[in-house]
Ligand binder design. Structure first.
Ligand SMILES: [Ca+2]
Ligand SMILES: [Ca+2]
Length: 424
């Protein structure tokens, strides 16, 4: 379904900042927490559904007050955000509600999933001016269709418990019909049930299954894992365990090793534990959850009698509660040499379980030749105003355009940004 032609305008729904707006930033996360973790308690407490509906409606508001015209928005972004010298950021697409995981096909079409919404979009720049001028809705009514990946002509979509597929998707963007169900056997638990998916160098689809709780031991070994599955939906296998909730992973372009972010547990204070960037040098690893966090911190309950040496530590600890999602190594030709191969770019969605917010940035972890981390620093920051704690955006995923520029999705500003290097 084609829903938009011409450069999309910023919606009128954007409203002035107010004192409550930064609280509302995280209400979406809180609603999901309430609906999933506490659903049993809610039933016991007989909390009326209309109250939940009110809360959900509130979570849709509080969007950042952004300039409406394209030029003013570009100027605003380059003033408010801090980038390294020579880089510029501009709106690539606006009005992409709840823009989450992305996948770019060889023809340059950008596929985007939803977590808070129920849609999957295809975004097209038909005239090559680096601005999306067509937006298609491929899927509506999806169950947290967060994960999207384009592979050999087909678009794969991950809902909570199902993998869907639109075959030969680019021949029917305007009228894709119903997707094929590739597999429907993943758990239906919605807590950490939204998924990032990608095909590995082995041609198999990698599908994480998050912990069905903040911190718990699960009887079903499928939880807290990264699985993989054949593209026809056969042979699901657990590849890694002890992974609480990864919503972004990639393969190193030289070694083909799997690198993944992990969101560690909440409600244990502001500064513990750290979130993680991990590296899997072989299959079958255990990455600590729920026993050991950040490589050296035993859990206060589940860590009893355990030893952190029994689990694979992160390559780099990231900000506690910073919510690292998308991670990618640079594979293009546009950025300066120092960003190629051994720099992991990470989209930090930003903290909700912290008295002072952190994250809300694109960070980079630079590696040495042995792939040990030697630095962790911001690449693009400024979506969080440290002083006022105001938030104007929440990065979710990173993808590379064929010209070497970077796309960043933002599910709070409902936008895709394009970052390019123009030199000094
Ligand atoms: Ca265009
Ligand atoms: Ca870990």
């Amino acid at each position: 379904m084609l829903v938009n032609q011409g450069y999309p305008n910023i919606k009128e729904k954007l409203r002035p900042k107010d004192a409550a707006s930064f609280l509302v930033v995280n209400l979406g996360d809180l609603i999901i927490l309430i609906l999933t973790n506490f659903k049993t308690q809610l039933k016991i407490m007989h909390i009326p559904y209309f109250l939940l509906v009110v809360l959900i409606c509130l979570s849709c508001k509080g969007k950042p007050d952004l300039p409406k015209s394209e030029n003013a928005l570009k100027s605003y972004l380059n003033t408010e955000l801090t980038l390294p010298p020579g880089f510029v950021i501009e709106p690539y697409a606006t009005d992409v509600e709840n823009a989450r995981s992305m996948s770019i096909s060889p023809s340059g079409i950008v596929y985007v999933g939803n977590r808070g919404g129920d849609k999957v979009y295809a975004l097209q720049d038909t005239d090559g001016d680096h601005k999306v001028d067509r937006k298609y809705i491929l899927l509506e009514g999806g169950n947290m269709p967060n994960g999207v990946t384009y592979y050999e002509g087909d678009l794969y979509i991950a809902e909570v418990n199902r993998i869907l597929k639109f075959e030969n998707v680019e021949s029917k963007l305007d009228n894709p019909g119903e997707p094929i169900v590739v597999y429907d056997g993943y758990p239906t638990e919605s807590h950490h049930g939204w998924k990032y998916i990608a095909f590995g160098p082995d041609g198999k689809l990698y599908v994480p299954v998050g912990a069905p709780c903040n911190i718990c031991e699960s009887e079903d070994p499928i939880f807290n894992t990264i699985t993989r599955i054949n593209k026809d939906g056969t042979d699901v296998e657990i590849v890694h365990s002890g992974v609480r909730n990864t919503v972004g992973f990639t393969w190193h372009p030289e070694t083909n090793e799997l690198w993944f972010t992990d969101n560690n547990r909440d409600r244990w204070g502001d500064d513990k534990p750290a979130c993680e960037l991990n590296k899997a040098i072989k299959d079958g690893g255990h990455y600590g959850y729920p026993y050991c966090h950040q490589g050296d911190m035993l859990d206060d309950k589940y860590g009893n009698g355990k030893d952190c040496n029994d689990y694979i530590p992160p390559v780099q600890n990231l900000g506690p509660h910073s919510a690292p999602l998308g991670v990618k190594f640079y594979t293009g030709d546009m950025f300066p040499e120092k960003y190629k191969s051994n720099v992991a770019f990470i989209a930090e969605h930003g903290s909700w379980n912290r008295s002072k917010k952190i994250g809300y940035q694109i960070s980079i972890v630079t590696l040495d030749e042995s792939h040990n981390a030697i630095s962790y620093e911001p690449f693009i920051s400024g979506w969080l105003n440290d002083e006022s704690q105001d938030v104007s955006g929440r990065p979710v995923d990173i993808a590379w355009m064929s010209d070497g520029s970077m796309l960043i999705s933002d599910d709070f500003a409902d936008m895709i940004y394009r970052v390019s290097y123009i030199g000094s």
